[in-house]
Ligand binder design. Structure first.
Ligand SMILES: [Zn+2]
Length: 305
């Protein structure tokens, strides 16, 4: 929604009501922006503005529109005030944020895919893990943001791909990792998983903050048989085997404690499901995860599977 649309739709009365300010019969209120003994702020419903007639006022004799009013009331930036205005209008804030998150991650992932083609180290690592470059995989060489617009860079900061250190300098989240996209139920990228290609480093697995989405994607409605793997790379490995994908839908959990609510909701929505295979590692943690996940899934599906 454009700022002009917001200004057209959000009335000054709505804003005043939100802040429990009620004009008197002469359309005046006590001005919230200076210490006002008499109601010296007049409300103009026709133009959706307010005007303070006091010379002591921080509004400085300028008309105040709905966005300015919110900005001044809560000491917000213009952007924050616009978000708040949308909230007052009942527009789903989450959706607009998600749109920009999807847009940013989709764009970043196209850079990561190109970087994979250009990095021999990353391709060697994939070969070592028996992962084909035909899979949807990228590589974070750490330079994806270079030459990009400030808007894109700010969005990368907002979603955790970059962290500012000083002006125009950033540290890159999960540099030197191969990258896998996580997707929402509309098949849009909503998060990313990173795996270091250096087996010597201490930390090797990174998820972008506010993780959401499933890998490789939401299971299709007609899924009859489902394989749940312990990790994303396990799932990617199975995806390369046609005799598996022709019969099974593959879905990654995020580690031995990584069968999450989002997985369960997706699984619950598969009316034709007849079988689930838990494909965990054959170690103690994997065995425990199988027991636990089996119980969770049996409860979810009323012991039908
Ligand atoms: Zn005032």
């Amino acid at each position: 929604m454009e700022i002009q649309d917001i200004k057209k739709r959000l009335t000054i009365q709505q804003v005043l009501t939100h802040y429990h300010l009620k004009p008197n019969k002469n359309h005046h209120i006590r001005c919230p922006f200076h210490d006002d003994r008499n109601p010296s702020m007049k409300i103009y419903p026709d133009s959706n503005t307010a005007f303070c007639f006091s010379s002591n006022c921080s509004a400085n004799g300028k008309p105040i529109d709905t966005i300015d009013f919110i900005m001044k009331m809560e000491n917000l930036t213009k952007h924050e005030a616009i978000m708040k205005a949308k909230q007052l209008l009942g527009v789903e804030i989450k959706n607009t944020q998600e749109l920009s998150r999807v847009a940013v991650l989709t764009k970043a992932f196209t850079y990561f895919k190109k970087a994979l083609a250009n990095s021999k180290n990353a391709r060697d690592y994939l070969m070592k893990r028996h992962l084909s470059t035909n899979l949807e995989i990228g590589y974070n060489s750490g330079s994806f943001h270079q030459g990009c617009t400030p808007h894109f860079i700010n969005s990368c900061v907002q979603h955790g791909l970059l962290k500012p250190i000083r002006e125009n300098q950033y540290t890159v989240f999960a540099k030197g990792c191969i990258v896998f996209p996580l997707k929402n139920n509309q098949n849009q990228i909503t998060s990313l998983y990173f795996r270091s290609i250096n087996d010597q480093t201490k930390a090797q697995h990174f998820y972008l903050k506010n993780r959401s989405g499933l890998y490789p994607h939401y299971p299709p409605k007609q899924t009859k048989k489902l394989i749940l793997t312990e990790s994303i790379i396990d799932a990617a490995t199975l995806l390369q085997n046609k005799s598996i994908t022709s019969e099974y839908t593959v879905l990654a959990t995020y580690g031995t404690n990584g069968l999450l609510l989002e997985h369960l909701k997706a699984i619950e929505n598969l009316p034709e499901l007849t079988e689930i295979i838990l494909w965990m590692d054959g170690d103690e943690a994997g065995e425990k995860a199988i027991t636990k996940n089996k119980e969770t899934l049996s409860r979810l599906l009323h012991n039908k599977i």
